[in-house]
Structure formats: structure tokens, C-alpha cells
Write a protein that binds this ligand. Structure first.
Ligand code: ZN
Ligand code: ZN
Length: 258
């Protein structure tokens, strides 16, 4: 069976349209220019994993009929990547267990501070909040087995914050990348044919790749096909991209090999 990745959201932190914005992309009638906050659903070996759980997660879960999750992979703790975490409660009811969650120590520490109640025992007979079962990443790079599936782990920086990217087979998902160790990152991406990487806009950003930087990154990594995600309202789906580079869009599903 083929493994797939479904783009649940491809928008930057504010989503597209941006509240109150009248720009050409925000008022565009193209569904390809409507972007919920970035997140994705990995289907591999009959399991389903969510990558990030942003503020639009409830809408995404309803729209794509996600009725089961075998685990959550978290890249980092900025609002647009974790704000839907409380919505996972419904999966605890259904699975009758805490949600396995693959994350770094820094990510867990921040969650413990901001969502302390997710880690407190429930009152018997009532599930008051979502429950997480943390699986800590021991190393910055390498591979881990999570819920029976092998994932590659990458670590890079966004404005001093450590962020994790994940690899599965010949697929890799790298969001919110800006500064990184070239040797380690490109080594970890060897053999990747399908890459999802974030690109915020065309103008430089201190915290995200521009479109050109993301294209150059994909070229250096030597991947065959790349999809851009985490896109702001300054980027129009109708604009053409170089061969092998595509705009990610909400609802797009791509296949990869494990
Ligand atoms: Zn982000
Ligand atoms: Zn706009």
C-alpha cells in the first residue's frame, strides 16, 4: 500500500485570507489561494500521524474526516503549530488512551508550561482535557521508531528556537526552517524524493525561507519533487515555479515510498 501525505493546511501563521485583508490573493476566488494553518496527515503502514496541530485543526479534522490518529509529531511550539492541541481530547475518548506524541525536550518543556493541564491526571470518570503521551527525541538527528513506524529526525533553527523536521521513507517535512547545519541537514535528506518545505514570501524574512531560498534548498538537497508550504498572502498559486517545485495547497495528497 502506498504511503501518503495530505496537506491539511499550507498557510503562514495568519492563514489566507488574512483577517480584514483586501489584497488580490486574500480576495481571490481560487480555492488554491485559501490556506489554513500548516499541518499534514501522514498515512503509513495503515497508521495515521498528524504533523502539528494548529488553530484550524478542528476544521481540518471535520473536512477531511479524520476519525482516528495513531500519533502526533510536533515541529515546535509556535501558536500556528500547536493551538489546536486541546481538540485532541476527542481522540483520547475514541482511542481510550493518551495521544502518543513525538517531540523534543524543548517542545515538551514549553507545552508543560503553556498546557500544564494536558499532563495532569483526569478525575476518574471524566476526561477534562486532551491527554498526551510524550515520546522524547533523544538526538537532533537520527532515526526513531514511533508507534511502529521509522521516522528520521532533523533539527534546525528558527530565530534561535529549535525546530524539528521529520522524514519517513523518501518523504520529508521541514517547516519553519531558517538557520541550519548544511552538512547534517543535507546528509539527513539523502534519498528523499518528495520534500515539503516552508517558504513564507518573496521578501527576506529573519525567520523563514523566501521562495527563492526554499527552491535553492531543494536544489542542494537534490530532491526530485518539492512542495512549498507555510505560504503567506503575498504568494499567488497562479504564479509559475521552476520544474520540480510546486505550490502546496490545502487538500493536496502526495504519495511516497517507505
Ligand atoms: Zn509557523
Ligand atoms: Zn491579503
Amino acid at each position: 500500500m502506498n504511503s501518503t501525505f495530505l496537506f491539511l493546511g499550507t498557510g503562514a501563521s495568519a492563514g489566507v485570507p488574512v483577517i480584514g485583508c483586501k489584497c488580490a490573493v486574500c480576495t481571490s476566488s481560487s480555492p488554491f489561494n485559501r490556506r489554513l494553518r500548516s499541518s499534514g496527515l501522514l498515512k503509513v503502514k495503515s497508521k495515521q500521524f498528524l504533523i502539528d496541530v494548529g488553530p484550524d485543526f478542528r476544521q481540518q479534522a471535520l473536512h477531511y474526516q479524520i476519525d482516528r490518529l495513531d500519533g502526533l509529531l510536533l515541529t515546535h511550539t509556535h501558536y500556528d503549530h500547536i493551538a489546536g492541541i486541546d481538540e485532541l481530547r476527542i481522540f483520547n475518548f475514541r482511542m481510550k488512551r493518551p495521544m502518543p506524541c513525538l517531540l523534543s525536550k524543548e517542545t515538551l518543556q514549553d507545552l508543560l508550561r503553556r498546557y500544564y493541564y494536558l499532563f495532569e491526571p483526569n478525575i476518574e470518570g471524566a476526561t477534562l482535557s486532551a491527554q498526551l503521551e510524550p515520546h522524547l527525541l533523544e538526538k537532533e538527528f537520527g532515526s526513531v521508531s514511533f508507534e511502529g513506524v521509522a521516522f528520521g529526525v532533523l533539527t534546525y533553527l528558527q530565530a534561535g528556537m529549535r525546530v524539528n523536521g521529520f522524514r519517513c521513507g523518501d518523504f520529508a517535512y521541514l517547516s519553519d526552517i531558517h538557520d541550519f547545519d548544511e552538512k547534517k541537514v543535507f546528509e539527513a535528506l539523502q534519498g528523499v524524493n518528495k520534500l515539503v518545505v516552508s517558504a513564507l514570501r518573496k521578501n527576506p524574512s529573519p525567520v523563514q525561507f523566501t521562495v527563492d531560498e526554499a527552491i535553492a534548498f531543494a536544489g542542494k538537497a537534490g530532491v526530485k519533487e518539492t512542495w512549498l508550504t507555510h505560504l503567506s498572502h503575498s504568494l499567488d498559486y497562479e504564479e509559475s515555479l521552476p520544474e520540480g517545485i510546486h505550490w502546496g495547497y490545502d487538500g493536496l495528497e502526495i504519495e511516497f515510498t517507505v
